[in-house]
Design a protein around this ligand. Structure first.
Ligand code: FMN
Length: 327
């Protein structure tokens, strides 16, 4: 089966999976060719993600990350057991495969980018359109006026959520403004990950404090301060991820992660716009605008733009707290 070195390599690659607020809820156990995935319930987001949708999508991305990483050594996962309630548990066995996954090289290259994008060349934009315009799981919006409308709708949805004190308090607990915190490099969202410079970071630390935000709301300047319009309007495209209604959340997570990696492969960086699909009001606007039928759902939306020269650092839990091995 796997040597110790191979196992460490696989764990390092798997750990790069994506999770909402960078909560990293996956716990893996490896035992002689079998992998068991469980959840760390303390890493759920009871307010922002009451139904655990993002939690399960994050776990799904961890499964896909492991599956892609295993292909480096010509293995793939086969599901042998799945339980969603009362707690999550999935079991997999490894079987041989012929080919390395074409996305393997991009596990290490993919990172969220939350800054302003440089304008894509016409060739680059066309490449994105060529690669994804006939993909049944992607709807690309590339018209600048439509992107502007999405940015405005996103701002409304974001303001709707941030206006709820319990939502903002929960988010604030995952924002890492203090480098001296023990988990600064391990989880949550640092200023660097959010593309904030030192001054912007001080500003965000202040205005996102729940009691301060309430005051800014009263004097009506909160919506301007949290607007992401400039950043969203700099995107080459907004990509909506579409799935069949019956796809379970774990598979939605696997799909979400693969699409992100596929766009990484052709030189784009992404950032999810979860608020847009989490707020029922904007969800139904886009379900109609994209002319989806009753059998289709929107998993999430991304802003997509050319990968910049400088990307943020990596913030991940140490491997020994995520992976257990009984060899
Ligand atoms: C289900 C899900 C929802 C996410 N929603 C957002 C979001 O709304 N805004 C955002 O900036 N990032 C969002 N992310 C991205 C994560 O914050 C990001 O993947 C995580 O912080 C790890 O950082 P990395 O992508 O740079 O490796 C989401 C990720 C997942 C899996």
């Amino acid at each position: 089966m796997l040597t110790k070195e191979q196992l460490k390599d696989i764990e390092g690659l798997t750990n790069l999976y994506v999770s909402a607020h960078n909560t990293q809820p996956a716990q893996w156990l490896y035992n002689n060719g079998h992998w068991i995935l469980t959840e760390d319930v303390s890493r759920k987001l009871p307010v922002a993600d009451e139904s655990s949708k993002d939690h399960l999508i994050s776990l799904g991305s961890s499964v896909e990350s492991l599956n892609i990483a295993l292909s480096k050594y010509k293995y793939q996962l086969v599901n042998t057991y799945m339980e969603f309630t009362p707690s999550f548990r999935a079991e997999y066995k490894m079987i041989n495969c012929e080919e390395k996954d074409p996305l393997l090289a991009y596990l290490n290259q993919r990172k969220s980018y939350r800054g302003v994008f440089k304008k894509a060349s016409a060739d680059k934009k066309n490449k994105l359109i060529d690669c994804f315009s006939s993909d049944e799981n992607i709807v690309l919006v590339t018209d600048n006026n439509e992107i502007k409308t999405i940015a405005e709708d996103f701002d409304k949805a974001n303001y709707h959520f941030l206006s709820q004190q319990d939502y903002l308090s929960e988010l604030y607990s995952w924002l890492r403004f203090n480098r001296n915190e023990s988990n600064f490099f391990e989880d949550g969202l640092t200023p660097d990950a959010m593309s904030l410079n030192a001054l912007e970071s001080m500003g965000a630390k202040f205005i996102l404090r729940p009691n301060i935000f309430q005051k800014l709301k009263k004097i009506k300047i909160a919506p301007i301060l949290i607007s992401e319009k400039t950043k969203i309007c700099s995107a080459t495209a907004i990509a909506f991820i579409i799935a069949p209604k019956e796809m379970d959340l774990l598979d939605q997570g696997r799909l979400f992660y693969r699409k992100w990696l596929e766009m990484t492969k052709i030189g784009f960086s992404l950032n999810p716009l979860s608020c847009l699909v989490d707020w029922p009001k904007t969800y139904s606007i886009y379900k109609n605008k994209l002319r989806l039928d009753d059998q289709q759902i929107i998993v999430n939306a991304f802003r997509v733009g050319p990968t910049p020269n400088k990307l943020p650092g990596r913030y991940r839990r140490p491997l020994q707290s995520v992976f257990q091995e009984s060899l």
